[in-house]
Design a protein around this ligand. Structure first.
Ligand SMILES: *Cc1c(COP(=O)(O)O)cnc(C)c1O
Length: 325
């Protein structure tokens, strides 16, 4: 299962049929005006559980063996993967434990518990939560499902690429949030295999862009996790990264970084001009476009990847208040 191909993505789509939503594509007059090119938004923040992570989690859970199902799954998550995994596990009737750090916003923790998964808070970084996960795997035989560095997860996220290409023929550039790279890795593999002419752009936040710094270094590197409005993009890519680093390196044309102010402006823009409520991690693509960082993009698709933002924070951001992280 080492090499992930387009065939895996098509197989994932079959498996996900009827289990996840095919999310809408919407033309954005406001962004088209700003960018001077046709801009479309893929409204994946309207996915069940509020993010695309449900796709990868569902595909991975459905590929477990009978024995693995009996022992259950465990995940480490900044929130959205945990939510997707909890939903996918419950739908499949299996036990799920989600480990996360203290940095994860309370609304996300509560949402995971409400979906029927057990939540364990361990330490103040993703890496501390990882230690508890390893214990559950070693001592209780549970199956670890990485939020990004897993072939079945990547293939599940890749189904977004199929929808993009089908719903927007003539697509020139896709702009996608980038953290661990499961999302963009799957999408870029899919798009480039079908049409190598499509330009793939990943966007991370300036504060702790683990994949971008790893690409610069030519290998996975440790990047300290710091608070950011794009909390769902926090965390490292794993020094033992097996899949996503190579996929991003091979299939992604460029990466961009956006500031906290640019992320806040994009959340505001999404609400005021697009009538969409999106979280910081989902806003980075729009932020890059609004800031003019994507040069000569042609017909552009911006992926809005999640909507799980604390509503008090959202309210303050759209009111233009200064937000201390
Ligand atoms: C996880 C996540 C991302 C980044 O996905 P990766 O596969 O880690 O690159 C982007 N947006 C949202 C809302 C997420 O939850």
């Amino acid at each position: 299962m080492d090499q992930i191909t387009l065939v895996d993505v098509y197989a994932a789509r079959d498996r996900l049929h009827g289990r996840v939503r095919r999310t809408p594509l919407q033309a954005s007059d406001a962004l088209s005006e700003v960018a001077g090119v046709p801009v479309y938004l893929k409204l994946e923040h309207q996915q069940i559980t509020g993010s695309f992570k449900l796709r990868g989690a569902t595909n991975a859970v459905m590929r477990l063996t009978g024995e693995q199902r009996a022992r259950g799954v465990v995940g480490v998550s900044t929130g959205n993967h945990g939510r997707g995994l909890a939903f996918a596990a419950r739908a499949a009737g299996i036990r799920a434990i989600v480990c996360m750090s203290e940095l994860v916003p309370k609304n996300k923790v509560e949402a995971i518990a409400a979906l029927g998964a057990e939540v364990r808070i361990a330490g103040n970084s993703q890496d501390d939560a990882e230690v508890e996960v390893q214990r559950l795997v070693a001592e209780e035989g549970m199956t670890l499902l990485s939020p990004f560095d897993h072939p079945h997860v990547i293939a599940g996220q890749g189904t977004l690429g199929l929808e993009m290409i089908e719903d927007l023929p003539g697509l020139d550039t896709v702009v996608v949030p980038l953290s661990g790279g499961g999302l963009l890795g799957g999408v870029a593999l899919t798009l480039k295999t079908i049409n190598p002419g499509i330009r793939t752009v990943g966007v991370s936040m300036e504060r702790g862009p683990a994949m971008v710094e790893s690409l610069r270094a030519g290998k996975p590197v440790f990047v300290e996790e710091v608070r950011t409005l794009a909390d769902s993009l926090g965390g490292g890519i794993g020094l033992d990264n097996r899949y996503t680093f190579g996929l991003i390196r091979d299939f992604v044309d460029e990466t961009l970084l956006v500031s906290e102010a640019q992320i806040a402006a994009a959340i505001q823009h999404a609400y005021r001009h697009e009538r969409q409520i999106i979280e910081g991690g989902a806003a980075v693509g729009m932020a890059a476009l609004l800031a003019g960082l994507v040069k000569d993009p042609g017909t552009t698709l911006v992926l809005l990847s999640g909507g799980n933002i604390d509503m008090h924070l959202h309210q303050r951001l759209i009111n233009g208040e200064e937000v201390a992280l």
